[in-house]
Ligand binder design. Sequence first.
Ligand SMILES: [Fe+2]
Length: 208
Amino acid sequence: MSKQRLLDGSGRGAHSGAVPSSAAYDATGVRTTTPWISDLAAGIREVLRRDLTPHMTACQVAELLRPSLGRPGLLSAAQQEGCAETYRQHLLYAEPDGSFSVVALVWLPGQRTPIHDHLSWCVAGVHQGQETEHRYRPAGDDPAAGLVRDGSTVNPTGALSAIAPPGDIHRVCNTGPTKAISLHIYGADISRLGSSVRRTYDAPHDEP
Ligand SMILES: [Fe+2]
């Protein structure tokens, strides 16, 4: 069963897995001195101390991210850089104990993820531009039957969502005319794993 909860009417699912990753964090690889990241990390630690379910953790962490979405000056120029070949992930922060990470994903028009799901709870918010999420479910009990699309949502700046696996199979696309940037928080150590993606899936036969 999907554990996705729409926090603002959007259907945005958190995602990751982009390459290449930037080195937009400090020389230790785990901390930045950016005040908003420090404040956000402190809030996330407080949520984790509550020992909630993964879904409830994601929902409460999402509320911490909400005030940052669309705020001017939040990211450096380097953290907003895209890549012509694929969407780009910038690691902004990784908690030293590996319990959570914060990344920015930058999408040029037309770029998209593979269809995928996640290893951990995830929060995603659109910081700039517009992203479209397509959601999927298994076509039947036989894994060989593949997937069918289960809905799509266009998410503008400020859209926010929280998910926890299982049931979080999706794909994200920048279907807008300009660069899109989304902020993601994962309950995983992205500095070590490189990505929160559990696995990728073949597209349905009727989908390119
Ligand atoms: Fe995702």
